[in-house]
Design a protein around this ligand. Structure first.
Ligand code: ADP
Ligand code: MG
Length: 467
């Protein structure tokens, strides 16, 4: 049972992580946590009840064989009675299955909503609107309550109903054998014992089947999640090794989300070792352009070349291993500064982490934390300011000595002084690294040697120090 839960969890996790970015992006966080926790346990439970059912069937069979050896009529009678009771109470099993299905779907909804709301609870609380969370979650909670109640009612009714019917059958059996057929009392006692055993086992089989029916839907739900994620498996690309010695070239690249055109044939060239900036108003497709370069998204038309090799021919995993990425959103792991930078990579030493923190301009404040790099950053980095979190994430990208450093508005949460410090760091890093930064701030534009402006689906070269 433990193995079933673990296998389901791991297959789901792996399928999800290997899925295409656009697929993954549209999964609800809560649905994944729900599958990993609640559904995996319920699915394993279904397996437990299935296995129990088989062992009970075998036991019932043994008693039937013994009864047959003694008196085949008695065995036949027991089987018939067992089957009759089974059919009579089958409605309760159906009811349980339905209750289980409802629990599966309502729990999924509730956890998904819960996760979404908890992620945005600060604005809700600040505006005194936390009551809204209540309204949203209360209806799902009530639905789950109703389904649970039906489950309890149907399982208890089945147990009680079986009890009464067994007693009735036993009394009739004893009466017939003792009074009508006038069998010796010793034989009647033995037959009565076997009859009660057989009925008890068949009853247990039905109850196990009922319990399996309750949890079964969780198994199918998690299987569905896994198979859908597997169908959306990401293309691992070709087998050519990325080098990035000449540069990255976007040639006439177009991209749209569904029918919303974002990029209309942009041309961008990023020479290796350069510091290139992309600027543009919010929503102009800057992050989208980065996602295309990283290979998270595929262009509708046009080509992306790395040293003249189409991105689609590169080994995608190796390509991404050369990238250091600093995202726009500021969320950290609930862990130490050290682990937030090294991300558990055993090849990275504490000294590497410290030097990356220095480069990112984070060492000054990390050093002052009570436990230094071993200090916990708090839930999602809540103990640090936005700028501090951002610097830790820059260190995280730098610690791998990436060939291509990508920054998505990574300095927008910083004060001008820290920003200048980071821009200086970046200027020092260029040459050995290729730097691609998105920014609104003039400091970044000043520090970069090349800059493109994205606007209305087009990219315009607005700065080129090389001439
Ligand atoms: P920027 O980073 O320049 O602010 P983005 O590249 O993030 O802009 O987004 C460009 C446009 O594409 C925006 O209008 C945004 O609403 C839309 N967009 C971004 N991601 C998606 C998505 N996954 N599905 C649909 N539309 C999206
Ligand atoms: Mg963006």
């Amino acid at each position: 049972v433990a193995q079933v839960a673990t296998d389901l969890r791991l297959s789901m996790l792996r399928a999800m992580l290997a899925s295409r970015w656009d697929y993954f992006l549209h999964r609800q966080l809560g649905q994944l946590t729900n599958s990993m926790s609640i559904e995996a346990v319920r699915a394993a439970n279904a397996y437990l009840h299935g296995a129990t059912l088989i062992s009970q069937l075998i036991q019932a069979l043994v008693y039937v064989i013994i009864a047959t050896l003694l008196m085949w009529q008695a065995a036949l009678f027991s089987i018939l009675m067992g089957a009759l009771i089974y059919v009579a109470l089958n409605r309760l099993v159906k009811m349980s299955r339905k209750a289980g299905k409802r629990q599966t779907s309502f729990t999924k909804l509730m956890i998904a909503r819960l996760a979404d709301t908890l992620l945005s609870v600060k604005p809700l609380k600040s505006m005194g609107r936390e009551g809204l969370v209540d309204t949203v979650l209360v209806s799902e909670t009530k639905n789950i309550n109703r389904a649970l109640r039906r489950e309890v009612v149907s399982t208890e009714f089945l147990a009680a109903g079986q009890e009464i019917l067994f007693a009735l059958v036993l009394v009739i059996g004893i009466y017939v054998t003792l009074v009508k057929w006038e069998l010796p009392i010793a034989t009647v006692m033995v037959l009565g014992f076997l009859l009660s055993r057989i009925l008890k086992r068949t009853g247990q089989v039905q109850r196990s089947y009922q319990k399996m029916a309750v949890s079964e839907s969780a198994y199918w739900s998690i299987q569905k999640t896994i198979s859908k994620a597997e169908q959306a498996r990401e293309d691992t690309g070709g087998n050519r090794t990325p080098t990035l010695e000449q540069g990255i070239e976007l040639q006439d690249v177009s991209f749209s989300y569904k029918d919303k055109q974002i990029l209309e044939g942009i041309n961008i060239s990023i020479p290796a070792g350069s510091f290139t900036a992309i600027i543009g108003p919010s929503g102009s497709g800057k992050t989208t352009t980065l996602d295309l370069i990283i290979g998270l998204l595929q262009p509708d038309s046009g080509t992306l070349l790395v040293d003249g090799i189409p991105l689609s021919e590169l080994d995608m995993h190796r390509w991404r291993r050369t990238i250091g990425y600093v995202p726009q959103e500021t969320v950290l792991l609930h862990d130490s500064v050290l682990n937030n930078v090294a991300l558990g990579d055993p090849e990275i030493s504490e000294a590497d982490v410290i030097s990356a923190l220095r480069e990112a301009g984070a060492w000054d404040f990390v050093e002052k934390l009570p436990e230094g790099i071993h200090d916990l950053v708090g839930e999602r980095g809540g103990k640090l300011s936005g700028g501090q979190r951002q610097r830790i994430k820059i260190a995280r990208a730098l610690v791998h000595r990436p060939r291509l450093l990508i920054m998505d508005e990574a300095t927008s949460a910083l004060d001008p002084k820290s920003e200048t410090a980071i821009c200086e760091t970046l200027s020092k890093l260029r040459g050995a690294h290729t730097i691609l930064a998105i920014s609104h701030q003039p400091a970044m534009l000043d520090a970069a040697e090349r800059a493109y402006r994205l606007q209305e689906g087009r990219a315009l070269l607005v700065k080129d120090d090389a001439g």
